[in-house]
Design a protein around this ligand. Structure first.
Ligand code: COA
Length: 386
C-alpha cells in the first residue's frame, strides 16, 4: 500500500530541485536566478535574460555580444523549415504550426546520455539550445508571413532578437517603444518555476529524448487554455463584453454557470501576479508614449479585475500574466492567434534552463496511480457476450 497521499494536480508537490527561478505566491514576488522580474523587465532584454536563465549569472559584454550573434544566426530559417511551413494549410493554428516546425527543425541527432560525458556531444547540445532560442521566434514570425502569402524574411545583422522578431513578423522596423515593449514581454514570460509546460518538458527530457521532442512537448502543453492558451481567451472574453457597465452581470453569470474567468487565478499566487502588474503599467506607458487614450478593452479589463477582486478575491483569485498581455499584443498589432506562440518564443528560455539542469542529474519521471478499476477477471470470447 502506498502511504503517500494522492494530491490532484500535484499541488505543492516538489518535482525537482532547481536554481533557475523562485516565486513567493503570498508576497507576489518572482525572481530569475535571484533577480526580480520588475528590474529585468525594465532593464534587461530577451537575450541577456535567456543567458541568465541558462547559465545562472548575467553575461559579460563579450559573452552577450557572441550570444546575441549566435541567436541571430539561428533566426534565419533553413530552406527545409520554410518548406515545412509552406506545406501546412494556411488556416492551421500557429501553435500547431509551431509544434510541427520545432519538432522538424533539422538538428543533428545526438545522444543526450552523453551530455557532460563527451565534450563533442555537449558542444552540439549547447549549440542546439542556443539555436532553439532563435528558431522558435523565427518560426512564429515566419508563419505569419507564409500564411499571408509573403516571403519569409532573414534577420538583420546587428539587430536584437526583439527587433528582428518584430521585423520578421511585420516586414518593417519597430520603433524604440515597440522594441522595448517586445523585450519586456519576452523577459516577463521567459520562466516561471514548475509550471505545466516546463514540467511536461522535464517529463519528456527525463526519458533522454532529444531536444526537438522536448521543445515540441513544451509547445503542446503551453497551448492549453488553462496555461498559455489563456491569453487568447482573455481577449475574446473582453471583446464579448460590450461595455464597462455590462461587466458585473457578465462575471456573475459566468460564475453562476461555474465557468472560469480567463486570465484570473493561479496555482501559486494568492495575490495579483507580479507580471500582470508590470504588463498593466507597460500598457499605460505605451499608450501615453503614443499620445493615445487607454483602449476600450483595457477599461473593460480594469472593471473585470475590480469585480473579480470583489467576487473571487477571498479565494485568492486575481489577474495572472495572461490578463493584460493580450491587450498589449493587440496594441502592437499582433494577431490574436499569435499571442500564445509569442509566449512560447519566450518560455523556450525557461524550458531549456530546466532541461539543462535536469539532464545532468536525471531520473526518469515515473509516478504511480491509485487504481480504481476492476479486479482481475477472466476474458470472455465475443460469442459468449450478449
Ligand atoms: N475563474 C473563476 N474561479 C476561479 C478561477 C477563475 N479563473 N480560478 C480559480 N477559481 C476558483 C476555483 O473555482 C476554486 O473555487 P472553489 O474552491 O469554490 O472550488 C478556487 O478558485 C481554487 O481554484 P482551483 O481550480 O483549485 O485552482 P488551480 O490551482 O487548480 O487552477 C488555474 C489554477 C490557473 C488553472 C485556474 O485559476 C484557472 O483555470 N484560471 C483561468 C485560466 C487561466 O487564466 N490560466 C492561465 C494561468 S497563468
Amino acid at each position: 500500500m502506498n502511504s503517500i497521499p494522492y494530491i490532484p494536480g500535484l499541488d505543492d508537490v516538489p518535482a525537482k530541485k532547481s536554481s533557475v527561478s523562485s516565486l513567493d505566491g503570498e508576497q507576489g514576488i518572482l525572481a530569475y536566478r535571484g533577480y526580480r522580474i520588475e528590474e529585468l523587465a525594465s532593464q534587461s532584454n530577451f537575450e541577456e535574460t535567456a543567458w541568465l536563465l541558462l547559465y545562472g549569472e548575467l553575461p559579460t559584454k563579450v559573452q552577450l555580444k557572441n550570444f546575441k550573434q549566435a541567436i541571430r544566426t539561428s533566426m534565419k530559417l533553413s530552406a527545409d523549415l520554410v518548406k515545412v511551413l509552406k506545406s501546412l494549410p494556411k488556416n492551421t493554428h500557429p501553435m500547431k504550426v509551431l509544434q510541427v516546425a520545432v519538432a522538424s527543425a533539422a538538428l543533428k541527432p545526438v545522444s543526450v546520455a552523453k551530455y557532460q560525458k563527451d565534450p563533442a556531444t555537449t558542444k552540439i547540445i549547447e549549440q542546439q539550445c542556443i539555436a532553439y532560442l532563435g528558431i522558435v521566434g523565427a518560426i512564429v514570425a515566419g508563419w505569419q508571413r507564409v500564411r499571408q502569402g509573403k516571403a519569409v524574411l532573414p534577420p538583420k545583422s546587428n539587430w536584437s532578437f526583439a527587433q528582428n522578431f518584430y521585423y520578421q513578423m511585420f516586414g518593417r522596423a519597430s520603433t524604440e517603444a515597440e522594441t522595448r515593449m517586445v523585450d519586456s514581454c519576452l523577459v516577463l514570460h521567459a520562466e516561471h518555476t514548475m509550471n505545466a509546460s516546463t514540467f511536461a518538458t522535464m517529463v519528456c527530457g527525463s526519458t533522454l529524448a532529444e531536444l526537438p521532442f522536448v521543445v515540441a512537448t513544451g509547445v503542446g502543453t503551453l497551448a492549453g487554455p488553462l496555461h498559455g492558451g489563456a491569453n487568447e481567451r482573455v481577449i475574446h472574453m473582453l471583446h464579448s463584453i460590450k461595455g464597462v457597465a455590462l461587466v458585473r452581470d457578465y462575471i456573475k453569470n459566468k460564475l453562476e454557470k461555474k465557468e472560469v474567468i480567463w486570465g484570473m487565478g493561479h496555482r501559486e499566487y494568492k495575490v495579483k501576479d507580479p507580471r500582470a502588474k508590470v504588463l498593466q503599467k507597460l500598457l499605460v506607458e505605451f499608450e501615453e508614449s503614443k499620445g493615445r487614450k487607454p483602449p476600450k478593452d483595457f477599461l473593460i479589463a480594469l472593471e473585470v479585475e475590480k469585480v473579480c477582486e470583489e467576487l473571487l478575491g477571498h479565494k485568492g483569485v486575481f489577474p495572472n500574466v495572461d490578463f493584460y498581455s493580450g491587450i498589449l499584443y493587440r496594441e502592437l498589432g499582433i494577431p490574436i492567434d499569435q499571442y500564445t506562440p509569442i509566449f512560447a518564443v519566450s518560455r523556450i528560455a525557461g524550458w531549456l534552463a530546466h532541461w539543462r539542469e535536469q539532464i545532468v542529474d536525471n531520473r526518469i519521471f515515473r509516478p504511480t496511480q491509485l487504481y480504481q478499476g476492476s479486479s482481475i477477471r477472466n476474458y470472455s470470447s465475443i460469442a459468449q457476450r450478449s
